[in-house]
Design a protein around this ligand. Structure first.
Ligand SMILES: [Cu+2]
Length: 526
């Protein structure tokens, strides 16, 4: 498909089919507006000017469940969220802060010099409202994203896609669709956090479900719907439970906590299944989904329903293709999935919240096909796991080499009191993990908590080299899930980007309550 075609097709979303019968004119207009602004990003049409692409951190009104909410925005030069670059085009961006608050944006998964990473170190403080800051670095290709790393602005949707094209992918002649996931609450993140830590007058979080070890019998009356649940297969078929704030048994394993926060909605490109984005696709069309889990505290199963997909990249980095219908996605991770549509029809692509019946998604629809309503609740999905991770193999693995430095990093913490730590310390009272340029570094992440933690290292792409002590030649990526106690994951990377780098759990509320540390290169003064 030529570039012009890509542009003209780009997100002319067909809403008529769903609007006629199900939507009021008011929601239709809101939907149309949202579609115009959001959906997918346009292909870059021109080489960046010397001044660079302008990215504005601002605010906007979003309608969720028929109710207006004031949220942040990150709007690029074409009026769409985020930034899209051609291969080999530099990331030359001017970030203008018009959000009304100090902010700073992190280019998640990219490998810029540390002073451009967008983490609020003392040397790189947040931008005041009204300020502009320039960025200029060589980006790496693939599906990335950007989000504020200041306070809890990420929860208020200071997030956007960051897509860097590569010629190989373009030559595949596939329709590209960006699918960005969020969790949404009408409460302020400060109020959510206060509820979690028990410092809010509304009291502690909803009851944590307690279960017996082997039996999986729930003892909490509020969660009796889970009583008798024995394994994941059963969970998949259960319906009707609200699914939040629960502790569930895992087949053959220990308990685990899921879903700290009871969200009001789950968004797919800013919309819910009540009024989903319907993406027009060609009959038998070839699609490349770029899925971004931008949720602050939620993990999903991507469920392709009747479709079969081929995972070809994770966190922007190519892997040997893995075929399937359902793929787990931890917070902050990305999946590139190729799909060849079987003729005509409407095909929901769902993101199912782990441990809950709740879901969101978009609909791929060929011309003239009837788009049926998809409920935003379905069978309970099991907790996400490493079933995909263990099957992944990097297309370009790290060069084989013994480690110069091996460190065990303990992940500790609990729901009550709600506090989390990394390497035995809680941010900001931490001792940096010191590394030296040129080293091959291996971190063994050891989870001693009841929750899975999506661990993200800034400024480096690492390879997953062992899971639970079993060596693998896994994916190269930037965020990896460490399963609950006694889960262990070993990552390896080359120390080739001197600086100060954040290393943390990407659950925003875990990070805010301590689960963040620093990896620092020798010779970097602080
Ligand atoms: Cu965590």
């Amino acid at each position: 498909m030529a570039m012009a075609d890509r542009d003209s097709l780009w997100h002319r979303v067909i809403t008529e089919e769903v609007t006629a019968s199900t939507l009021s004119r008011r929601t239709f207009l809101a939907a149309t507006l949202a579609t115009g602004i959001l959906s997918t990003l346009p292909a870059s049409r021109s080489v960046a000017s010397d001044a660079g692409k302008r990215l504005v951190a601002g605010s906007r009104t979003l309608e969720v469940n028929g109710r207006a909410a004031r949220v942040y925005s990150l709007i690029g030069p074409d009026g769409f969220p985020g930034i899209r670059l051609r291969e080999h085009e530099r990331f030359r961006v001017e970030l203008a802060n018009q959000s009304g608050k100090p902010t700073l944006v992190h280019w998640h998964g990219q490998l810029p010099p540390w002073t451009q990473d967008g983490f609020p170190w003392p040397e790189t403080p947040p931008l005041a409202n009204g300020a502009v800051q320039s960025y200029d670095y060589a980006p790496i290709s693939g599906t990335y994203w950007m989000h504020s790393h200041v306070g809890m602005q990420e929860q208020v949707l200071m997030t956007a896609p960051l897509i860097v094209e590569d010629e190989m992918a373009l030559r595949e002649d596939r329709r590209e669709i960006v699918l960005m996931l969020h969790d949404f609450t009408f409460r302020s993140p400060e109020e959510v956090l206060a509820t979690l830590t028990g410092t809010n007058s509304r009291g502690a979080r909803a009851a944590v479900l307690r279960t017996d070890d082997g039996s999986g019998h729930a003892v909490s009356a509020q969660h009796s719907a889970l009583t008798g649940m024995m394994n994941m297969a059963d969970m998949m078929n259960m319906v009707g439970h609200d699914g939040t704030n629960m502790q569930v048994p895992v087949a053959g394993g220990p308990h685990m906590d899921l879903n700290d926060v009871d969200f009001d909605a789950f968004l797919a490109n800013d919309r819910t299944l009540t009024d989903p984005e319907v993406v027009r696709v060609e009959r038998g069309g070839r699609v490349r989904l770029r899925i971004i889990n931008g949720a602050s505290s939620s993990q999903f199963w991507i469920d392709l329903g009747a479709l079969t997909g081929k995972v070809v990249a994770v966190d922007g980095h190519s892997v040997r293709p893995v075929t399937g219908q359902r793929f787990p996605m931890a917070m902050a991770q990305r999946l590139d999935v190729l799909i060849d549509l079987p003729g005509t029809g409407a095909f929901p692509v769902l993101a199912r919240l782990e441990g809950a019946p709740r879901r969101t998604g978009i609909i791929l629809a060929t011309s003239g096909s009837r788009v049926l309503h998809v409920a935003d609740q379905g069978p309970i999905a099991p907790p996400i796991d490493l079933s995909l991770e263990t099957r992944l193999a990097a297309a370009e693995p790290l060069r084989a080499r013994p480690a110069d430095l091996v460190r065990t990093i303990l992940l500790d913490g609990s729901m009550k009191p709600y506090s989390w730590s990394m390497d035995g310390e809680m941010w900001p009272h931490i001792t940096p993990l010191m590394i030296r340029q040129g080293q091959r570094v291996e971190f063994e992440l050891v989870n001693r908590t009841m929750m899975a933690h999506p661990i993200h290292l800034h400024g480096h792409a690492f390879q997953v080299v062992a899971i639970d002590g079993r060596p693998i030649q896994g994916a190269v990526r930037d965020t990896v899930l460490v399963m609950p106690r006694p889960g262990r994951v070993r990552i390896a990377f080359d120390a080739d980007n001197p600086g100060r780098w954040a290393f943390h759990c990407h659950n925003l509320y875990h990070m805010q309550t301590g689960m963040l540390t620093e990896v620092r290169y020798e010779g970097i003064a602080a």
